[in-house]
Write a protein that binds this ligand. Structure first.
Ligand SMILES: Nc1ncnc2c1ncn2[C@@H]1O[C@H](COP(=O)(O)OP(=O)(O)OP(=O)(O)O)[C@@H](O)[C@H]1O
Length: 357
C-alpha cells in the first residue's frame, strides 16, 4: 500500500495506470528575436497516474506544468511522445479519440470565475454536460443536478441550483466547477492549481473535497501545484518538475520526507513549515531566495550555462545536461554533459541526479 500523508487512502500502489505520458515532449517555436529557437517546455516526460490515486505534479512557475496538463487534456499536440489512457495510445488528432478521451478526463482550472459562464445559473451550467448522456426528463435532470451539487458539498443542493456564479463565494464557485467536471462522469480529473486563487482559509476544504472524491468515488487525479506542502497533504505520489523535466518522483511521503534531488530539497526548504500548511506564504530566508533565483523553467536564454538554458535550436535536439546545474550547490562536470537516467531510491522512489547514480 502506498504510504501517504492522508491515512484514509486504500488503493494499492500496484493499481494499474489510467493515464500515462511516455516520452512526452512539447517544444514551442519562438518568434521575433528568438526566431529559429524552441522552448523545451516539456521534455521527455514519463509519468503514470494510477487508478484511484492522486498524483501531484510540483514545480515552480514556468517549469512546464500547465503545458503538460494541456497535452494530457488533448488541448495541445505533443512534439513527440505518447499519451495512453487505460493502456491504449490516444491520438489527439483523431476525433474519435478526442471524444472518448474528453469524456474521461476533465480539467479543473485555477480560476473558477473564468471556468463558469457567469451568464447562467448552476442549473443550466450543470445540465449541459449531463445532457451528453441522453435527454432525461426535467424532474430527473433536476434530481441529478441536485445530487451533483451535494456531491461537492453544496448542500442542500436545492438552495444552490438557481444561483449564478457571482452569487457564490470563491470556495463555493470552485465546488461548482468541480461539480461541472463531475457531470461529464470522468475517471480522471486534472486540477491545474485548483486552490491557488482561493482564500487561504478555504484551500484545505477544497483539497479535502478532492481527497473525498478519490476515497469515496475512486476518482484518479493529477493535482498540479507549485506548493509541495499541499502536495504532501493530498497526494499518494509526487513528481517534481524543473525546466520541462521530471527530476524526482515516488510515494508522497518518501519524496517529501527524504528528498534526494537538490531542487526538491530547495523546494521543501523554501516551503512554509507544516504549521503554516497552505498559508500560501513563501518560506523565508536563504532557501526562498535561492528558489526564486533558480526559477522553474526554460527561458529564452540560449546560454547553455544559464540557470535554465532550455531554449535551443529549432531541431530541439541540442539540449545537454541537467537544467538545474547552474543553481545546484553540488554540480559536477558531468552535470553539463547529460541528464542521468532515473536512479532507483527504493520503494518506488526515483531521482534523476548524478549525485545518486
Ligand atoms: N505559447 C508559448 N510561447 C512561448 N513560450 C511558452 C508558451 N507557452 C509556454 N511557454 C514557455 O514554456 C515554459 C513552461 O510554461 P508553463 O506555462 O507550462 O509552465 P508552468 O509551470 O505551468 O508555469 P505557471 O505556473 O506560471 O503557469 C515557460 O518557460 C513558458 O514561458
Amino acid at each position: 500500500m502506498t504510504a501517504t500523508a492522508n491515512d484514509t487512502y486504500k488503493a494499492p500502489d500496484t493499481a494499474p495506470p489510467i493515464l500515462e505520458a511516455v516520452g512526452l515532449t512539447r517544444h514551442i517555436p519562438m518568434h521575433g528575436r528568438r526566431h529559429g529557437q524552441v522552448v523545451r517546455a516539456v521534455d521527455g516526460v514519463d509519468l503514470a497516474l494510477r487508478r484511484g490515486q492522486i498524483l501531484a505534479l510540483v514545480g515552480q512557475s514556468g517549469s512546464g506544468k500547465s503545458t503538460l496538463a494541456r497535452l494530457l487534456a488533448l488541448g495541445d499536440r505533443p512534439t513527440s511522445g505518447e499519451i495512453r489512457f487505460d493502456g491504449r495510445p490516444v491520438n489527439a488528432e483523431r476525433r474519435r479519440d478526442r471524444r472518448r478521451h474528453y469524456g474521461h478526463v476533465q480539467m479543473i482550472m485555477q480560476d473558477p470565475f473564468a471556468s463558469l459562464n457567469r451568464l447562467h445559473r448552476l442549473r443550466y451550467i450543470l445540465s449541459r454536460p449531463l445532457r451528453n448522456f441522453g435527454t432525461p426528463g426535467a424532474a430527473e435532470l433536476e434530481a441529478r443536478i441536485i445530487e451533483l451539487l451535494e456531491r461537492v458539498n453544496l448542500t442542500p443542493g436545492r438552495e444552490f441550483i438557481d444561483k449564478y456564479p457571482h452569487e457564490l463565494s470563491g470556495g463555493q464557485r470552485q465546488r461548482a466547477a468541480v461539480a461541472r467536471a463531475l457531470a461529464a462522469d470522468p475517471s480522471v480529473l486534472l486540477g491545474d492549481e485548483p486552490v491557488s486563487m482561493l482564500d487561504v482559509s478555504i484551500r484545505l476544504d477544497i483539497l479535502n473535497l478532492l481527497t473525498e472524491l478519490r476515497d469515496r468515488d475512486g476518482l484518479s487525479m493529477l493535482y498540479i501545484t507549485h506548493d509541495i506542502a499541499s502536495a504532501r497533504h493530498v497526494a499518494d505520489e509526487v513528481v517534481v518538475m524543473f525546466s520541462g523535466h521530471l527530476v524526482e518522483g515516488g510515494p508522497a511521503e518518501a519524496v517529501t520526507q527524504n528528498a534526494k534531488h537538490p531542487y526538491t530539497q530547495l523546494l521543501l526548504a523554501a516551503s512554509p513549515d507544516p504549521d503554516r500548511l497552505l498559508s500560501g506564504e513563501a518560506g523565508t530566508g536563504t532557501a526562498a531566495a535561492s528558489l526564486a533565483a533558480a526559477a522553474g523553467g526554460p527561458d529564452a536564454d540560449d546560454d547553455p550555462d544559464s540557470a535554465a538554458g532550455s531554449a535551443t535550436g529549432a531541431d530541439g535536439g541540442t539540449e545537454a545536461g541537467c537544467p538545474f546545474r547552474a543553481r545546484c550547490p553540488h554540480a559536477q562536470a558531468i552535470c553539463a554533459e547529460r541528464m542521468p537516467e532515473a536512479a532507483d531510491a527504493g520503494s518506488g522512489h526515483w531521482v534523476r541526479c548524478w549525485l545518486h547514480t
